[in-house]
Design a protein around this ligand. Sequence first.
Ligand code: UDP
Length: 405
Amino acid sequence: MKIALVSEHASPLAALGGVDAGGQNVHVAELARSLAALGHSITVYTRRDDADGPDTVTTEAGYRVTRVAAGPAEPIPKDDLLPYMDEFREVLAQVWREDRPDVVHAHFWMSGLASRSAARAVGLPYVITFHALGEVKRRHQGSADTSPPDRIEIERDLACGAARVVATCSDEAFELTRMGVEPSRISVVPCGVDLDTFTASGPAFARSTEGRCRVVTVGRMVRRKGFATVIEALPDMPDVELVLVGGPQAGNFDSDPEVERLSSTARRLGVRDRVRMIGQVSRADMPALLRSADVVVCAPWYEPFGIVPLEAMACGIPVVASAVGGLLDTVVDGRTGALVPPRDSSKIASAVNRISRDDQLRKTYSINALERSLRYSWDRIAKDTVRAYSRIDRTATDSSVAGTR
Ligand code: UDP
């Protein structure tokens, strides 16, 4: 099949850990790689955010990335990209008229917006994976949500008009049905984990302090990732050193307001000497970093999927996670780690203390975590995604909404 993956802000070629570059970039890159390995012809369309380099590159993994000129060729926060989606759509329609794909799979709502009308121009239905839902974001972030005001309504239209919606977890499927999507049009296909890279054996980063338990937490440095909650747990975890990974690139680190906010929380609680903020870590270094942990903590307020817990589990590390979103599907409470209520630092502390102070329990969780991660190979996820494509309702070309609004 000739498959077009559209991911307007999340390029598979981007560095990870910045405010807008995380799991979706990994998902699109790995899905493209694995679909190409199955013999499909894959092009990823993403917005050009720098002026250098060709429009289309072929990656070593065998898929193409086409960088679409839509708006200035410079980084723009994803919540400010909506005005450029008409340009994005025009380029897609032009390219697809000349070289029609068999399947259009949009990632994130704005890609859906551009893909819907471009696909309609060539008589194709579209598939969509939202990666995050505006409705859920608004529920948790309230007035701090910087999404364009129409997002929730547009997502509802996109979800209901798609030939197929690929949800990444059962919680998302539930949200989609609440939005009015026919359950028969939803496929649940989770994100995967690169099981060749994230392995239990291999080098581990050295500890800075011998004898202390090491807790690692990884993510884009945005409030909803709950880094502050993990810091707030430290007074109740006296033998723990905490390594925080992600955030701005070196050079911009110390002046970043979120870094400063977290540092001052740590200072106020008298635990600053036990918090190491190491900024962005490359993909290549991530397994060694995760292996250096006794426990990985993922404490988001909400989480559409969450690839980090799977990466940790594939390295044989128990995970303590908020009982939200995709983490409810991946982390098994009392088997591979613990699920705790979101924003509850004392529950995080008691779960970490229980696991880190009991070698036998930690080893058991480690074995179970590793075993569970094996069901999330990208090869399997790619095959399940193709199965979802094969169930496309070809009549669902969504005639109800014109243009990209
Ligand atoms: N990541 C990384 N370096 C960093 C921070 C994060 O490589 O400094 C990766 C991390 O290993 C994971 C992804 O970015 O693969 C984050 O995905 P997740 O689904 O956990 O969170 P999201 O960013 O989508 O909210």
